[in-house]
Every structure is written in C-alpha cells, then in structure tokens.
Write a protein that binds this ligand. Sequence first.
Ligand code: HEC
Length: 114
Amino acid sequence: MTSHDLSASKDRRGRRSLAPVLLMTLVASAPAWADAAPGAAACTGCHGPAALGSAIPSLDGHAAADIVAPMQAFRSGEREATVMDRIARGFTEEETRAIAEWLAKPEAARHAKP
Ligand code: HEC
C-alpha cells in the first residue's frame, strides 16, 4: 500500500463518520422548533441570547407586549429601522402576537409539552 492509498482511505473514513453526526444534529434540533410559532425561528437567528453580546438587541426578558409594540412601530414606519421595518411588514398582527408570545417564554418553557 502506498502512502497515497492510505490517505485516500482516511478521507473516506472521515466522510462516513460525519454523516451520522450531522443526522443526529438534525434530529436533535428538530423538536426545538416543532412547537414554535410560525416565523419565530427566523427571529432567533438574528436575536440571540443577551449573553452573546451581539450588536443586534437581544429579545431575552422581553414580555410579549414589548415585542408587539416595536413590531407595530416598525411596520408603520413610526420607528426607524435598518431591517425590522421590512421584517415586521412580513407578518400579520395575529402572527406577530403569536411569535411574541413564544419569544417571551423562558427558554425551557418554549419546548415544554403542554
Ligand atoms: C436580519 C436580522 C433580523 C431578523 C431576522 C429579525 N430582527 Fe429584529 N432587529 C434586528 C435589528 C438590526 C434591530 C434593530 C432595529 C433595526 O435596525 O432594524 C432589531 C430590532 C428588533 C426589536 C426592537 C428591540 C428593542 O429592544 O428595541 C424587536 C422587538 C425585534 N427586532 C423583533 C423581531 C422579531 C419578532 C423578529 C422575527 C419575526 C425579528 N426581530 C427578526 C434584526 C433582525
């Protein structure tokens, strides 16, 4: 066996062993969003946990009303925004309320079974 053969078989092993890991990640993450209000998962992509200290304000600790009110202001144009005006216009009042209620729940309660 040449050294070339050896490294090629290592590559194949590497790819084979990654697939179950990726699958497990997908399976493990699926239930996390299963009970989220439609659209809510998109918010958390930008609005992460406060602990991460992003330039985008965290929504941690916001009551539902503290999310609905800015969303209305973004939608109407009353509050200036870079992206939230467009995002807010993508949801109806009812959808916004459902998303806000889900986001306002503590992390553990979001995924708790009723
Ligand atoms: C592309 C990234 C992005 C996504 C996705 C996003 N936001 Fe935002 N959000 C921002 C930014 C940036 C701001 C600051 C205002 C601005 O510049 O638009 C903001 C501000 C806010 C604020 C005001 C926060 C405060 O304390 O003043 C609320 C509430 C909010 N977003 C809710 C949401 C909700 C609800 C969703 C999902 C429907 C969402 N955002 C999705 C980037 C995002």
